[in-house]
Design a binder for this molecule. Structure first.
Ligand code: HQG
Length: 182
């Protein structure tokens, strides 16, 4: 697949920023609550003004100097990593968590996590799993997986809020090191 030239890549990147961060409604595109757009739909709706291909989009995502965009693992969806002026309405209701939750991450993140706590990074929340097996799968995406135990009961008692997404993932804003062990 020939690479697109720089000018086209810059234009495509600007267009994707405009649509995904600011004006999805310009082409009638609906972002999901976490800001994801279906890539095929995006390509179809951008036509005929802008001709995008999956390969162009993937190249822009990979080569973006500031990691502006992210593809989902299955490469079906894309979203802007930061700065959403579109309201991403999560409609989350606080829920009481189970006593313990798990977070799968990579060994190489351990030291930093124990210094800074778990942060949402490019997401809206820290994602926690209800069981170890899921946490291991999530951790494997980043390297040699480790499973962190989160004392969600104590966090909750100290006033921290938890939410649950539609697909059963537990969400919270941050987890300070005090509540993390492995
Ligand atoms: C790490 C999938 C260093 C964090 C799954 C993680 C999940 C730190 C990475 C969902 C850190 C962020 C979420 C700190 C956090 N220092 N590393 N202070 N704080 N990290 O992908 O939890 O495919 O944004 O441990 O099902 O891995 O997206 O989050 O390794 O539910 O639908 O920074 O992604 O769903 O990585 O995965 P991610 P995650 P989807």
């Amino acid at each position: 697949m020939p690479k697109i030239n720089n000018t086209d890549a810059v234009a495509a990147s600007k267009y994707l920023s405009f649509i995904l961060r600011h004006k999805p409604e310009e082409i009638g595109l609906q972002l999901d609550p976490e800001g994801w757009a279906n890539i095929n739909e995006l390509i179809e709706r951008a036509k005929p003004q802008v001709e995008l291909t999956f390969e162009m989009i993937e190249q822009v995502v990979i080569e973006s100097d500031k990691q502006r965009f992210k593809l989902s693992d299955d490469k079906i969806h894309i979203r802007a990593n930061q700065v959403h002026s579109v309201k991403v309405d999560l409609k989350l209701i606080p829920v009481t968590p189970p006593g313990v939750l798990y977070h799968g991450t990579a060994e190489q993140n351990w030291d930093s996590i124990m210094k800074q706590g778990l942060k949402a990074q490019s997401r809206h929340h820290v994602h926690l799993s209800q069981d170890r097996a899921t946490a291991i799968k999530v951790g494997q995406r980043h390297g040699k997986p480790i499973v962190l135990l989160i004392d969600s009961e104590r966090m909750h008692h100290s006033g921290v809020q938890f939410y649950q997404s539609d697909n059963g993932v537990w969400l919270t804003d941050v987890v300070i090191p005090e509540f993390i062990s492995r």
